[in-house]
Design a binder for this molecule. Structure first.
Ligand SMILES: O=C([O-])CC(=O)C(=O)O
Length: 160
């Protein structure tokens, strides 16, 4: 995928939502884009696991994990499932673990930090609802564009 977020910003300006720069790149793919699938969950990664086990079709899972720095919502097994299912990436307002392995996968992963502790799995969480973090709103069907410079959100796919 051939784009640069800085060039997209220059072309489209404030028609795009610009995420606050609070994320680090953990995936082996720093440049990724696709339609948004938003989920909301807190210290329970059930909905992350179940969603990334479905066909991804080039979409990006956007996880509002409340910014928790207490546990990891994504590890190497769930990330490997995302790769196998064809997800373009994951934007996680929360933490990962198994960061070395995730860094070798052809998957975009932006998250706050890594931590060894795993999350709960009690089946709690919501899916396909708008979420807001890092100063922007992500709704189902929005498009995200990510690279080393940051994250842009658009309410439609942009012309290449
Ligand atoms: O299973 C989990 O909760 C997270 C994890 O470590 C993995 O995906 O490998």
């Amino acid at each position: 995928m051939d784009f640069k977020t800085a060039d997209l910003y220059d072309a489209h300006g404030e028609a795009l939502r610009v995420c606050e720069p609070i994320f680090r790149d953990f995936g082996g793919q720093s440049r990724f884009a696709g339609p948004v699938v938003p989920v909301k969950c807190f210290e329970d990664n059930s909905v992350v696991k179940s969603t990334l086990a479905e066909p991804g079709e080039g979409r990006v899972l956007v996880v509002d994990a409340g910014g928790s720095l207490r546990c990891a919502m994504l590890g190497d097994l769930i990330a490997a499932s995302a790769v196998e299912q064809g997800w373009a990436g994951v934007i996680l307002f929360g933490c990962v673990r198994d960061s070395v392995e995730i860094g070798q996968m052809p998957l975009g992963v932006k998250a706050l930090a890594s931590i060894p502790r795993k999350s709960q799995r009690r089946g709690e969480g919501q899916r396909d609802i708008p979420v807001t973090f890092a100063g922007v709103r992500f709704a189902p069907g929005d498009w995200v564009y990510c690279d080393e410079d940051g994250i842009l959100v658009s309410d439609r796919a942009l012309d290449p």
